[in-house]
Design a binder for this molecule. Structure first.
Ligand SMILES: NC(=O)c1ccc[n+]([C@@H]2O[C@H](COP(=O)([O-])OP(=O)(O)OC[C@H]3O[C@@H](n4cnc5c(N)ncnc54)[C@H](O)[C@@H]3O)[C@@H](O)[C@H]2O)c1
Length: 352
């Protein structure tokens, strides 16, 4: 087992549906050593043990946190457990990569962010789309001015399942879109209005529609549902100069850029008829080198831990996403009225 700065020893807590993907990517990295996996389910651990015989399989994650040879922990347990597990991992002196969303409320998010900072530990959030080649290309196009000023973004993320019980569809699925919007626009919305419906259960919404307003007036709309016949992962970005459409489940033309827009300001002619000139030019397919975003995210975490190189999926961006989600929940509770996004200040933070 390596303990040098050339390689980081990693443990994964939570090996249900998603955790085994982290186990796989960390076991593939040259600069990481997958040491241990923890899960409450012995059956899941037994299945993983067959694929990863060199990793210790632990039914109690405290044994993983108590191991001084493990420097970093990936947390892939249900969202409502994140705050407790992240806090415990930081207290045990581990660097943490926690699955999205960081936790379930802004106050907790702030506390974790500041606690990690005070301890000098990395706290990264698994906003995996910030490592998606299509989203990175979109960011490049926006930053370079190709699309012009962004008028609005429209995201759809639907499928049939997996249905969650701990958080609603906006926390589970919309967290991705909020992180993408904030990353593309390099900002945080000031207000959110959202509505949702509880269909399969009484505690959380299975379908949500949320509208985010950014400080410069740009709008972001999100439709998420785990009760839908089709798997859709799309994002439309409408800019002043060009428009783009990203389809993550399209393996060939994931990103399209349209030379479409309005060329002249609308005007009335002498007969009082309304005129405008639409431009419908070429469609461009930017070359995107497909890479596995989860692997890129793991590499970024290792680089941050070993080399001190921070990345966009930091705790502050994770906190911002939670603050937007919290405002959306408040809006849903109040039948869709617009609610302010509050970026919380930390309560008492102690490293003792
Ligand atoms: N980035 C993505 O695209 C993506 C995709 C799916 C899920 N996720 C996130 O991953 C997290 C887990 O989702 P999932 O679908 O794998 O859930 P899941 O319910 O399938 O798995 C969670 C696992 O955590 C284990 N667990 C719970 N409490 C534990 C504890 N105290 N100690 C050890 N193990 C514990 C459970 O036994 C279970 O095996 C969620 O935060 C979810 O939002 C992210």
């Amino acid at each position: 087992m390596s303990t040098t700065a050339e390689c980081v020893n990693v443990g994964v807590v939570g090996c249900g549906y998603w955790g085994p993907n982290h186990v796989r990517v960390f076991s593939e990295l040259d600069r990481a050593h997958l040491c241990a996996c923890a899960d409450l389910s012995l059956g899941r651990l037994a299945r993983l043990a067959r694929r990863f015989p060199h990793a210790r399989m632990l039914p109690d994650y405290h044994h993983l946190l108590d191991d001084p040879d493990i420097q970093a922990v990936v947390i892939a347990t249900p969202t409502d457990t994140h705050a407790t597990l992240v806090r415990e991992a930081l207290e045990a002196g581990k660097h943490v990569l926690v699955e999205k969303p960081l936790c379930t409320n802004g106050t907790e998010a702030d506390e974790l962010l500041h606690y990690a900072d005070a301890c000098g530990l990395v706290l990264m959030v698994g906003h995996v789309f910030l490592f998606n080649a299509g989203i990175l290309k979109l960011r490049e196009l926006i930053e370079g001015g190709t699309l012009g000023r962004i008028h609005y973004l429209d995201a759809v993320r639907t499928n049939l399942g997996p249905i969650r019980g701990d958080v609603n569809a906006l926390f589970d699925l919309g967290a991705h879109d909020i992180s993408i919007f904030n990353f593309l626009l390099q900002g945080v919305p000031t207000e959110v209005s959202a509505v949702g419906n509880r269909i399969t259960q009484t505690r959380v919404e299975d379908v949500c529609f949320a509208t985010l307003r950014y400080p410069d007036g740009t709008l972001g709309h999100i439709h998420v549902s785990w009760l839908n016949p089709r798997k859709v992962r799309t994002l439309t970005v409408v800019g002043e100069r060009k428009m783009a459409h990203w389809d993550d489940v399209n393996p060939v033309d994931a990103l399209q850029v349209f030379d479409k827009g309005i060329d002249e300001a609308p005007h009335y002619d002498s007969f009082g008829e309304f005129h405008y000139l639409v431009r419908s030019g070429d469609t461009h397919l930017p070359a995107i080198r497909r890479t596995e975003p989860l692997l890129k995210q793991a590499e970024a975490f290792v680089a941050w831990v070993l080399d001190g190189t921070p990345c966009a999926a930091d705790a502050a961006s994770g906190r911002d996403v939670v603050a937007v989600l919290e405002a959306a929940v408040e809006s849903m509770r109040r039948q869709g009225v617009s609610c302010p996004v509050k970026i919380h200040e930390p309560h008492l933070v102690s490293t003792a």
